[in-house]
Ligand binder design. Sequence first.
Ligand code: MG
Ligand code: ZN
Length: 216
Amino acid sequence: MHIVQMGMEHDVLRENSKIAHSNYRLLKNHGIKCVELMGSIGSGKTALIIKLAERLRAKGVRSCAVAGDVTGEDDYRRMRESGLDAVNCNTGRECHLDANMVRKVLEQIDLDSYDVIFIENVGNLVCPADFPLGADYRVVVVSTTEGDDMVRKHHDIFIHSDVAVLNKVDIADAVDVDPDVIAGDYRRLTGGLKEIYRCSVKTEQGLGGILSALDL
Ligand code: MG
Ligand code: ZN
């Protein structure tokens, strides 16, 4: 029984990966750069997307966002209220987006109207790692309020991400967290090759570095 289940899971992941490749090609055919954000609820994914999109808008770059959540449209509303075009994507029960859900959302978007699409995954640091969606960049966002052990507890999502962001560095002292510890864990995990991007979405420090990391 266990082996059968493992086999099914393998098929699910293989099918997801096929659709993700097709999403990637669809986006490329329309000249769109796609950035996926993963991270816990409260890490600041929505706020980061809104701020990055504002900076892009100032440069004449047109963005659209996909707000992934299990239920509700809170993030979608926040995005729209900020002036960012957005599409809501409720998974119903699933704790992550998959490539097929994203495909259906992309089919509702006029892809020729945008240069960049941000996809906010469901707040979860575990299974989104296994389900690529077809983005150019996968970004993991953690915040100092989550403690200094996030990298040690969630290796997979950091390994599956192209860019890692540590948000809320402005309040690190207040929550008794040393950003250097998190940065050191990430550096070790990536064999000394990568640095975590430190920022505060609230004070806007570090946002320029994140845009550069995304080639935006
Ligand atoms: Mg959010
Ligand atoms: Zn999940």
